[in-house]
Design a protein around this ligand. Sequence first.
Ligand SMILES: [Zn+2]
Length: 264
Amino acid sequence: MPDTAGVKVLVYHWVDPDPGGRLREWGLTPEAFEAQMRALAEGGYQVLSLQEVLEVVQGERPPSPKTVALTFDDGYRGHLDHVLPVLERFRFRATFFLVSDRMGGTNTWDARHGDRPRSLMGWNDAAALAARGMELGSHSRTHPFLTNLSESEMENEIRGSKETIEDRLGGPVRFFSYPHGLLDSRCRRLVASSGYAGACSSQFGGNDLGADLFQLRRSQITYYDTAWSFTFKVRTGFSIREWTRTRVAELLPRFVPGPRGVAS
Ligand SMILES: [Zn+2]
């Protein structure tokens, strides 16, 4: 399987010795995470910042298939212990998306699933990440289902979180990550008009020249990824299941006769 075109943006949630119960899929053990970062380094991958991904998408930077970007949603406290030291060892940069009104709290939006709450980083932790060269983005104020909100509530989550993080940390917030991966045309428009340079969705795929800056594709890395399935995601931007589904959807019309030629 060769590397396909476009920058692959990987998305992680927590990295923890206890990856969880019902939500285990979204966690990685520190050992698994370190093995994946080593695989990227040994595979000769270049890790880009999201700003550099935008440059590729806008034709300002030559595309290379051996490029990835690393993102972390929700802002878990454990990133300071289990992610930052590994990134620094391999000299990788990453973007961490924060939930601005839950800083220092827990992932209350996941409480309904019954797993133990996970601690989120505080403002000092976020400042420490920024001081080490990591990018901080917004993942809304409260991690709602954005598409269920009124326009003003949506704007408060999208624009308000950017302002809060900028006020608290003193640097620009250039990127947004849609909570639960959910967006519609209103969300996209509000993100674009709130001063963000780009935004990350949870749709699989690579990001090639001309991709939507406010709907960058990402590959979700899960607890169940093996070395092989991780490599597949890095090379194609898809999980094996999504890749198969997409290919079947592309190929099927060629084999199934359409309505063309049917007498009316
Ligand atoms: Zn999230």
